[in-house]
Design a protein around this ligand. Structure first.
Ligand code: ATP
Length: 233
């Protein structure tokens, strides 16, 4: 569904990504892993069109989208749940979810809302609560729920476990596994390598703006370099 072919990009004239190639097939859950500053968020920026490419190509459903604007990429069915949450603090949970499906037919919006509440019963319990009073884990659920309200074909999720206590981090990653099991195509950026590999089909490991390792999640979990560098084993 998504392919990056030798993508290079950066900020102004400072290059940060070097020939990044990766692919995510329909229905797959693929993780993009690596330490702080490895280039994971930058890769998502290149996919969403927030950063201009210095070289290479991004394809979605077989077609190059390199020239497609940020807004139009979302219209193609590619949606991101960003790291710094996009939640409106002074709106309720329900208000936030509804506004993410702004302009969508009422019946359809209701159907999407039900689906999000099915996936995250906690959000349904908190439906009337203001977003700025939610816990970190609940805000992350709302962040992902808001992205799902746009009814994407593919979801990019940036560091959903960031800043969460280990148990909450486990919960949110289990929810992502659940979303994937329901057929969503997901590219997940995570620093929690162990847990991310345990829910993924495949993964890529980045270092210094390049892909260093790739493979099936099961194989990477047993890879000596991954175990030493990322799992502390
Ligand atoms: P983290 O897990 O810390 O978010 P990451 O793997 O997502 O790390 P990126 O945020 O993509 O890494 O950063 C990759 C490199 O790009 C880093 O060296 C970072 O300093 C640099 N960088 C990120 N954002 C900017 C920016 N807005 N301007 C200039 N350089 C940036």
């Amino acid at each position: 569904m998504l392919e990056l072919d030798n993508v290079s990009t950066g900020y102004d004239d400072v290059q940060v990504l070097w020939d990044v190639s990766l692919r995510v097939e329909v229905g797959e859950l693929v993780s993009l892993l690596g330490n702080n500053g490895a280039g994971k968020t930058t890769t998502l920026g290149a996919i969403m069109g927030i950063l201009p490419l210095f070289g290479g190509d991004v394809r979605f459903r077989g077609e190059s989208i390199t020239e497609v604007s940020v807004q139009d990429r979302s219209g193609l069915g590619l949606t991101i749940a960003p790291e710094d949450d996009a939640v409106f603090p002074d709106m309720t949970v329900k208000g936030n979810l509804r506004v993410s499906a702004y302009g969508v037919d009422k019946e359809e919006r209701r159907r999407r809302l039900e689906r999000v509440y099915d996936l995250f019963p906690r959000l349904q319990e908190r439906t009337g609560q203001y977003a700025d009073t939610l816990s970190g884990g609940e805000r992350q659920m709302l962040n992902i729920g808001s992205a799902l309200m746009r009814d994407p074909d593919m979801l990019l999720i940036d560091e959903p476990s960031l800043g969460l206590a280990p148990m909450l981090a486990d919960d949110i990653l289990s929810e992502i596994e659940n979303i994937s099991n329901q057929g969503m195509t997901v590219l997940l950026v995570e620093q929690n390598v162990n847990k991310a590999l345990s829910i993924s089909d495949r993964a890529y490991v980045m270092e210094k703006g390049q892909i260093r390792l790739e493979g099936r999640a099961k194989d990477l979990m047993n890879d000596e370099k991954v175990r030493e560098s990322y799992l502390g084993i």
